[in-house]
Write a protein that binds this ligand. Structure first.
Ligand code: PMP
Ligand code: GLN
Length: 388
């Protein structure tokens, strides 16, 4: 029997599915996969439901996405960041941010080009780079503060660099990139005529003084950046898989050429649901941020009480990396297994988000996600306290 292609032979199961399989059938509080245990806003659920029962959205939508949603996204970019985006040809509705990043890499990067990945990186980035036949170039962000060495970044850029994939606020560290860091990335991209594929799925999750700055707002960057984001996290609808990519029409055309052959168009009722979400405006965003600021505190206190050391207090996204060396001897995978089996809490080992060369940087930490109801987080904290 013919088997699968050599291209995918080394891919294995993603760490999220691996941890979910470890949990199956056990009494475990799941702080692993970034998957809320609560629903998105009623207005969105209703709008998506109405779009099906009113028979307005049960057939193919336009391949780029419904015009009203593309316009609402262009307005969102203008209001929040002062960005000017062409709603007709500069916005593409994608199958989550995952497809947005994939189509950006495959549609804009040639075989043999180099793509810079800051480690730890979201796992699908590497696969997209490999499928495009491009070469990943790794720049590690190191604990305790999960920052990169500017000289290492400068050394990674060269005339073969086609793109850098940026993710801020960052998964898994929860770090929001500083303006200095973004300025350096922007300067290097301009020097080497490279693109930024900017994954901003946590754009509305920042804490304390931190502010999310899309790299496209920096001078000279709008024309060389594809911003990717998603309804998954901002509206707590990870199951909808509605995301988007925006940028200069010439770049978005590259994504479109992939998109139309992989999926052509995205879930039509879901697009009406997301439109209703965007129409909730700033009041929703503020409430959402306040909700997550509270959840962040609950988890940070729980980790502290358990003797899990947070060397870097995250100022974005909904993850925290904790150093477990005070309570366990072993690596991140062994600790994850211990936590699931003996404590009844799940987390994600971050070493799969690093290249082999740098995966030691992730081995002493595990990632906890706090996109859970407050009660769930309190329950996790009670269980984690046994680690002491
Ligand atoms: N990028 C990052 C950094 C993520 O954490 C996630 C998970 N939400 C994704 C992309 C995937 O997003 P989506 O579910 O919209 O495909
Ligand atoms: N983005 C989510 C996380 O980092 C997981 C998405 C997935 O399971 N692929 O936890």
């Amino acid at each position: 029997m013919p088997g699968y292609a050599r291209r995918v032979a080394g891919y294995g199961t993603t760490i999220f599915s691996e941890v979910n399989a470890m949990i199956a059938g056990r009494d475990v509080v799941n702080l692993g996969q970034g998957r809320p245990d609560f629903d998105g806003p009623d207005a969105m659920l209703q709008a998506a439901a109405d779009a099906t029962t009113q028979h307005t959205a049960n057939q193919y939508p336009p391949g780029y996405g419904i015009p009203a949603l593309r316009e609402a996204l262009a307005d969102h970019a203008a209001q929040h960041y002062g960005l000017e985006v062409d709603a007709e040809k500069g916005v593409l509705i994608t199958g989550g941010a995952t497809e947005g990043v994939f189509s950006a890499v495959v549609g804009l990067v040639d075989a043999g080009d180099e793509v810079i990945l800051l480690e730890p990186y979201y796992d699908t980035y590497l696969r997209a780079v490999q499928i495009a036949g491009a070469t990943p170039v790794y720049v590690p962000m190191e604990p305790p503060a999960w920052t990169f060495n500017p000289d290492a970044l400068k050394a990674a850029f060269n005339p073969n660099t086609r793109a850098i994939i940026l993710n801020t606020p960052h998964n898994p560290s929860g770090r929001v990139f500083s303006r200095d860091e973004l300025n350096l990335i922007a300067a290097l991209c301009q020097k080497y005529d490279a693109l930024v594929i900017s994954d901003e799925v946590y754009e509305h999750l920042t804490y304390n003084e931190a502010q999310h700055v899309p790299v496209s707002v920096l001078p000279g960057m709008a024309e060389r950046t594809v911003r990717v984001s998603s309804a998954a996290k901002t509206f707590s609808v990870t199951g909808w898989k509605v995301g988007w990519a925006m940028g200069a029409p010439e770049l978005i055309e590259g994504l479109w050429r992939v998109h139309q052959n992989v999926i052509f168009a995205i879930n039509h009722p879901g697009q009406y649901g997301v439109l209703a979400g965007l129409n909730m405006g700033q009041a929703y965003v503020e409430e959402f941020q306040a909700m997550y600021a509270r959840k962040r505190e609950i988890l940070l206190q729980g980790l502290d009480a358990a003797g899990l050391r947070v060397t870097y207090e995250p100022n974005g996204a909904f993850y925290v990396l904790a150093d477990f060396s005070g309570v366990f001897e072993g690596d991140d995978r062994a600790f994850t297994q211990h936590l699931i089996h003996e404590v009844g809490v799940a987390c994600i080992p971050p070493s799969p988000f690093f290249s082999d060369m740098h995966c030691h940087l992730g081995r002493g930490h595990v990632r906890f996600a706090y996109c859970q109801q407050d009660d769930t987080l309190h329950r996790a904290a009670e269980r984690l306290a046994q680690l002491r």
